[in-house]
Design a protein around this ligand. Structure first.
Ligand SMILES: [Zn+2]
Ligand SMILES: [Zn+2]
Length: 114
């Protein structure tokens, strides 16, 4: 009797948790943090599926899945430096025009209410 077993275990992405958090260790493009599930297939029909334990990183480019601890840091973003506006936002006394910390209710220099 000829026995033919066409089954296999596959990992499939269930949903993307955070996109672009890591870099693929295989091809170097952006990888997404995904929730995955394992799917047991028999004759190409899914017969059993159960969720994966931990989120994995998944590369959409080469369809490679790997643990988060293996991932490289994501490519650097250009706009990560803090804006200089935060300093100029400091409160200014409208009577003596000196800069006062924003949580002060009265100007420490001239005593006027801010
Ligand atoms: Zn890849
Ligand atoms: Zn003042």
């Amino acid at each position: 009797m000829f026995f033919f077993f066409a089954g296999g275990l596959e990992q499939q992405v269930r949903q993307v948790l955070i996109s672009g958090v890591g870099r693929c260790i295989n091809c170097g493009s952006r990888a997404d943090l995904v929730e995955y599930e394992k799917v047991l297939k028999l004759f190409f029909v899914p017969v059993w599926r159960w969720p994966g334990k931990e989120p994995l990183l998944y590369c959409d480019n080469c369809r490679f899945m790997f643990p988060q601890s293996f991932s490289l840091p994501p490519p650097p973003e250009k706009s990560t430096s803090p804006s200089p506006e935060a300093i100029s936002n400091a409160l200014r006394c409208r009577f003596c025009d000196r800069s006062v910390e924003a949580h002060f209710r009265f100007c420490p220099f001239c005593g006027y209410e801010l």
